[in-house]
Design a protein around this ligand. Structure first.
Ligand code: SIN
Ligand code: FE2
Length: 210
């Protein structure tokens, strides 16, 4: 895609509406075992504007005391994360060549006004493994830059059911979600996501320390 680094791929409407509904059902079921919690920034303890949970053997978490890390259990309940839904494992193997399944699937719930600042996913040991992410619910602006902080970015409006892959060069590039278009989707059930919003599912391989 022009303006985007090599290794970036966008699969618009990879999941049809009925499949999106089934995926959200699986997310809601997972959240019964591993409720959304309020992540906070390392050192400052400032709350992130998204709430988080995870699927899979490992989950990405952050809090003031422990900072950014992966761990096998929920930081509040201490319970293991629920298993990755089959549809997400199948997606991973469909859109990547990576032989192993993802170890972690981060669940981010964006409400109106939630954002994700520019960052590189770099808490994993093996940065050759791709990152695959799924958008569900409200539209979002996704921006992608380069390895260096700052500088020009390319933007893309993500819709419910879209899939993004960051592999190769794109895997090491800055990206952000500066804006959610509140009320553009009615996919998220009010009972689990009061006020609606957007759920992003991000699958990653963590790998072993070298
Ligand atoms: C992230 O990169 O942390 C989230 C991406 C997204 O919400 O689309
Ligand atoms: Fe990211």
């Amino acid at each position: 895609m022009t303006g985007f680094p090599d290794g970036f791929a966008h699969h618009p409407l990879y999941f049809m509406p009925a499949e999106q509904a089934a995926l959200i059902d699986a997310v809601v079921e997972g959240l019964r075992a591993a409720p959304l919690y309020q992540p906070t920034m390392p050192r400052t303890g400032a709350p992130l504007s998204v709430l988080m949970s995870n699927f899979g053997p490992l989950g990405w978490v952050t809090d003031r005391e422990g900072g950014y890390r992966y761990q096998p259990d929920h930081p509040v309940t201490g319970a293991p994360w629920p298993a990755l839904p089959d549809a997400l494992r199948a997606l991973w193997h469909d859109v990547t060549d990576w032989p192993e399944p993802p170890e972690a699937c981060l669940i981010n719930w964006y409400r109106e006004g939630s954002k994700m600042g520019a960052h590189v996913d770099r808490d994993e040991f093996d940065l050759r493994a791709p990152v695959v992410s799924v958008s569900l619910g409200d539209d979002a602006m996704f921006r992608m830059g380069s390895r260096a902080r700052g500088g020009p970015t390319a933007g893309l409006r993500l819709h419910s059911g879209d899939v993004v892959v960051m592999a190769g060069e794109a895997r090491q590039c800055h990206h952000s979600v500066p804006r959610i278009y509140a009320g553009t989707s009615a996919l998220l059930p009010e009972s689990a996501f009061p006020g609606g919003g957007r759920v992003n599912l991000t699958m990653r391989v963590v790998g072993a320390p070298r």
